[in-house]
Design a binder for this molecule. Sequence first.
Ligand code: FE2
Length: 318
Amino acid sequence: EPLSVEEKNGEIEIIWKEEPPHKSIFPVSWLLNHAYDPSPQQPEEQKILWDRAWLDAHPPKKYDIHSCPEDVWMSQLFTLGFTVLKNINPDNLDDFISSIGPIHATEYGRFGELKAMPNSTDIGQSLTGHALALHTDRCHVHEPRLVQVLYCVDNNASGGESLLVDGFRIATDFHQNHQDYFQILAKTPLQFQDFDPMRGYFFSRKTPILELDWEGKVAGIYFSRKTCNWNIPFDELEAFYEAYSAFCRYLKDPIYEYRFRLEPGDCLLAQNFRIIHGRTAYDPLSGHRHLRWATIAWDYINARQNFEMLKHLYLMEN
Ligand SMILES: [Fe+2]
């Protein structure tokens, strides 16, 4: 309980009714920076839920790593869920990624290679250059939300274009038009599995395709036919497949698709929990297609952004 409150010289001075009384002095600027309404603690999330028409009207560019300020391409990663940088030397890739956040190692190590390999059992590395249907990565592992980093070492084969869709945009439209199906995909857990005899792992994780946050908004999308084990109870199957096939029709609809070509030195960063990705088929006999990939926990990128936006408040106090 204050005995007195007085403002002078840009400060509020309060004498507290205590034995003995004590005095607090708060700079007005500090109080305003820490006001509860509106909360200054977290920057507003700014997302643009895009489709092809939106991208046609606002074509994303590839940002030159040597001249583009980090906050510019980073801002696109937050708004659109992906960004593409160009002119990265392969020798500098590790340093570049590590400058954003620590590389999140997987069973493949800090980096994985995506290229045609003889005898590979992974469709992404087959000698036939198959198309890769839209999917999100690593649905079968309990991991933090990740940013997928796809670096193009070489790409002179015919075909092999990259495909992206905004999973949050699709989920929003899907919810608007099919609320019942949306609920089914948000509430039916699926078993995602990956049996890896070479390294001796059998990963398994249960999650619905649509993960909701505490407000009921879509926070993550888990979509991978390759690793999904359809273990749905028989009496739920019919309704589930109706919902699932309706969702697939949205995914396949070209009105949502962004198609582009990664050139050597390009690096795609995409939120794996939002952006669903794939590639068109390519002809491995016509040339090489070699991508190198890594992942970073989204928390680090989010934390970097928060730091840049809020450091003036905290550094001022120290
Ligand atoms: Fe993938």
